[in-house]
Design a protein around this ligand. Structure first.
Ligand SMILES: Nc1ncnc2c1ncn2[C@@H]1O[C@H](COP(=O)(O)OP(=O)(O)O)[C@@H](O)[C@H]1O
Ligand SMILES: [Mg+2]
Length: 413
């Protein structure tokens, strides 16, 4: 439905033709610009419009905007066109779904601006720019802020759980001792009962008691009660251990201090247990002669956690989410020399291609789907380690696994 090419060009149209075509700057713009007349026909567009929308200039010019073969969300655009027509003011649509020239999907930021010199004519400019990347970054930032908030909350919750866990544990230990005493007493009662039975005294009371003891299955209780208390103690010690690790883990980043990094690694594996326990066996090979390291412990904790979570994700990408048997993660520590130590996290996960290996420390670089990856984990590791005067490097084989090495000076100030 092309408009007759003979229709006389208005001064407005020639103005825009000049503006759009004759300036190199405008033709270099990444903004797509379409000028549309009062009847809805496109009378000019810039090269970026063709590049971005995958429609040649020839197929756009003189054609009704609504008949252009552009794959974008027409209902959304229509809504905004109606709004602009009724308000006679510029309207923005920040998230118009569209298909790029190469067929990939993206998001356009579109502005519809009526021509100021002649708003009554109904002509307007449509400008569009691909905002997909910016959107993705915004989403990732949001995600990161949410995680940070959750982290802070978790530290508070750990603190709250600590007190009740302690008194549940104390009470259980009291019950263990008390039950031992009660057992002694029960033993004495038992002997007394046997003696009474032998003499034939208080016959009916004795048999009543014997029946009661059978009814409550006293032998079973004597055996099982200590065992169940022991299990409960074990459970609360585990809760206490997790809570302790979380508290230590959320160590506020204050002044530097000498810290036991073996303990920090144990803490990082404890708080991340849920990330790896279904997908991998995790081994800790910590050299007990590791010297304490002068560091911001809170920052290093976060770096270790990121490496472990990445390893778990790499393993689950290779073997699936429920393959504890095949996946393996090994966390090691060792002194390198007098002044430096090394920590490594090795996995037998999916591994990295050369391209991923070269880019993995880049801020916002991720190969994971939205919601799972933020591309900030390794950027943080890099920042924290170099901030401590250390080095981080990676060795990886695609399809076989990856090892991250973190080297830190013991006495960095
Ligand atoms: N242990 C690993 N094995 C394989 N690839 C990894 C590993 N750790 C990181 N990567 C790759 O590096 C990218 C960046 O990691 P990271 O910065 O932690 O961001 P995210 O985990 O959010 O994607 C990951 O998306 C992944 O492709
Ligand atoms: Mg990560």
């Amino acid at each position: 439905m092309n408009k007759s090419s003979e229709s006389p060009e208005t001064s407005l149209q020639s103005l825009f033709r000049n503006a759009i075509c004759h300036y190199d700057i405008i033709s270099e713009l990444r903004f797509a610009i379409l000028a549309v007349d009062g009847d809805g026909f496109v009378f000019e567009c810039n090269p970026a419009a063709s590049r971005l929308l995958g429609v040649s200039k020839a197929s756009m010019l003189g054609r009704a905007l609504k008949h252009l073969p552009i794959d974008w969300s027409w209902p959304d655009l229509d809504k905004h066109l109606i709004k602009m027509a009724s308000s006679r003011e510029a309207v923005r649509c920040d998230d118009l779904d569209f298909s790029r020239a190469d067929g990939s999907r993206g998001i356009l930021g579109v502005t519809l601006t009526p021509f100021e010199s002649n708003p009554e004519s109904g002509s307007f400019l449509l400008t569009a720019v691909d905002v997909s990347q910016r959107r993705a970054l915004e989403h990732q930032l949001n995600q990161a802020q949410k995680l940070e908030a959750v982290g802070r909350l978790a530290a508070g919750v750990a603190h709250e759980i600590n007190t009740p866990t302690q008194f549940v544990g104390d009470n259980l230990r009291f019950l263990t001792d008390a039950f031992q005493d009660i057992l002694k007493l029960l033993d004495a009662y038992g002997s007394l009962l046997d003696a009474l039975a032998a003499t034939g005294g208080h016959n009916s009371r004795v048999s009543e008691l014997k029946e009661l003891s059978d009814e409550v299955d006293l032998d079973y209780l004597v055996e099982e009660v200590p065992r169940s208390i022991a299990q409960a103690i074990d459970g609360t010690s585990r809760v206490a251990e997790i809570v302790r690790a979380m508290k230590e883990f959320s160590h506020p980043s204050g002044a530097k201090d000498y810290a036991d990094l073996n303990r920090a690694l144990e803490g990082a594996t404890t708080v991340s247990r849920n990330e790896w326990k279904y997908v991998a066996q995790l081994g800790l090979e910590l050299d007990q002669s590791l010297p304490k390291v002068n560091c911001q412990l809170g920052e290093l904790n976060q770096a270790f956690l990121n490496l472990i979570v990445n390893a778990a994700q790499a393993v689950s990408e290779r073997y699936g989410t429920d393959s504890g048997g095949q996946g393996s993660i090994v966390v090691r520590s060792r002194p390198l020399d007098e002044k430096n130590i090394e920590i490594s996290v090795a996995d037998n996960g999916i591994g990295m291609s050369e391209e991923v290996r070269l880019r993995c420390f880049e801020q916002f670089f991720t190969t994971k789907e939205v919601g799972k990856g933020t591309g900030q984990g390794l950027a943080l590791v890099h920042r924290v380690v170099t901030g401590h005067g250390g080095l981080v490097h990676v060795e990886s084989r695609l399809g076989e696994g990856t090892t991250f090495f973190v080297r830190l000076p013991v006495d960095h100030r």
